[in-house]
Design a protein around this ligand. Structure first.
Ligand code: EPZ
Length: 419
């Protein structure tokens, strides 16, 4: 099994182009099912979650080909609407296929996505939204069998009690197959929702309001082929910026819009970093120790993103001063804490709260990634730590980071994958 070996303490410097956003390209690839033709997706990151999604599209009867960071999907010959359990297990966010398959074929069958490293991952909001639009969903022995009711899918107002990103996306895709207008009230406002709206508009769907809490979709189609460029990955950008804050140095990340990670940049500035921005780039300079900052409470966008919680914590754990974190989105998103403690971190947990007291400098250790962002957080911590750190279970990191070690080496880090 491979691992990263990282010699900490090397300042980072240089410019890095950020890859396309995982959490944007996954629903956009699912949305390609709406089009009986070819769609070309640019800035598509090379991630294991994306590979799993392309495998599902091929299994359903689509052509899916990659040439560098451009992926071509042709769903003309879509012939199946059932996703086998082994592929669902590989990637729980495949639940996003539900809406697109219902809209295009009127049926969908997939196994319950189940929980993951972050705790239980319910899909009750997805189910309620799709049922509201006319889907009949039978849940038997862990399988969801969905089909549109006799009267077909009918647009209507949907209210989401939680601004769920996935439920918003599934409702948008199902609504594209409805007759009439669907209004999603209480929609998630994440930038990835706005990116999905951009793609849907490109294929001819009438979708407006993304980025606000009310999204409106005039269903019906037909939908035509399109080319689209996926937004930059704001969480990957936050990871490299927090890595620079931990290791010190001066790094510019390009291909990402600063206004998609305002909350993270605000924390890094409060901790003592200098941050400069332009429409598609962010540069960060960090020379001295990071200080403690105001409480970091994760929240739906535009609040502090839960996906950046572990990453920022890892940087602050090696600084000075204390910071309170409160994880409000997921139930089990502190699994990286035990690993950071192996590096000498002083973190006290109490339910959703984590009190991080900076210890000046962490020390190297042999660590195990527990989940995607938790694994990235260990790399961030290792970059600023004294001595050598090993990070194992790289499969988690590969789900969401393209060439993490290669990119960090290009910025001056001493990191290599063994073997
Ligand atoms: C998306 O997950 C992202 N994944 C997550 O990123 C991200 O952390 C999350 O949104 C929040 O921003 C993708 O986009 C592929 P939610 P999603 O539905 O859609 C509860 C990463 O690291 N909920 O917004 O699954 C849920 O339990 C991943 O890149 C219900 O109760 O998240 C959670 O507490 C991790 N019922 C809250 O809502 C439902 O039906 C927010 O979840 C759905 C969700």
């Amino acid at each position: 099994m491979s691992y990263y070996e990282i010699m900490g303490g090397r300042p980072l410097s240089g410019t890095l182009a950020i890859h396309g956003a995982k959490n944007s390209v996954l629903p956009i690839l699912a949305a390609c099912l709406l089009v009986p033709g070819q769609c070309i997706i640019h800035n598509c990151p090379d991630l294991s979650d994306v590979s799993a999604t392309l495998d599902i599209l091929r299994l359903l009867g689509c052509r899916a080909e990659r040439e560098e960071d451009t992926v071509t999907i042709d769903a003309s010959a879509l012939s199946r609407s059932d996703i086998p359990q082994h592929l669902m297990r590989e990637m729980r966010s495949s639940v996003i296929f539900l809406g697109a398959l219902l809209a295009r074929l009127g049926t969908a069958e997939l196994s319950y996505p189940g929980g993951c490293e972050l705790g239980p991952r319910p899909i009750d909001l997805h189910m309620a939204a799709l049922r509201s639009l006319g889907a009949e969903i039978l849940e038997e022995q862990g399988t969801l069998c969905c089909r549109r009711c006799r009267g077909g899918l009918q647009g209507r107002e949907i209210c989401l009690s939680i601004p769920s990103v996935g439920a918003t996306e599934n409702a948008m895709l199902t609504a594209c197959g409805c007759s009439g207008v669907t209004t999603i009230v209480g929609a998630a406002r994440e930038p990835e929702i706005t990116d999905l709206q951009g793609f849907l508009q490109a294929i001819g769907a009438q979708v407006t309001g993304a980025g606000t809490s009310v999204v409106t979709i005039q269903g019906g189609g037909p939908f035509h082929p399109a080319e689209y460029r996926v937004m930059g990955d704001r969480i990957a950008a936050a990871t490299y910026l927090c890595g620079t804050a931990a290791a010190k140095g001066e790094v510019e990340v390009t291909g990402v819009a600063p206004d998609t990670l305002t909350a993270v940049l605000s924390c890094l500035k409060e901790a003592g970093c200098a941050v400069h921005t332009a429409p598609d780039r962010i540069s960060l300079i960090c020379a001295g120790p990071l200080g403690g900052i105001s409480p970091v409470r994760t929240a739906p966008y535009p609040g502090f993103p839960t996906d950046a919680q572990a990453i920022l914590m890892a940087a602050l754990a090696g600084g000075e001063g204390a910071t309170l974190f409160v994880e409000n989105i997921f139930d089990a998103r502190y699994r990286h804490v035990d690993e950071l403690r192996r590096m000498g971190a002083d973190i006290q947990l109490a339910g959703r709260a984590a009190m991080v007291s900076g210890v000046g400098r962490l020390h190297g250790a042999s660590l195990r990634s527990t989940d995607l962002r938790g694994g990235a957080a260990l790399v961030v911590a290792a970059l600023g730590a004294e001595g050598t750190t090993q990070v194992w279970e790289l499969c988690h990191i590969r789900r969401g980071y393209q060439s993490l070690d290669k990119n960090l080496r290009a910025l001056g880090a001493d990191i290599r994958q063994i073997p």
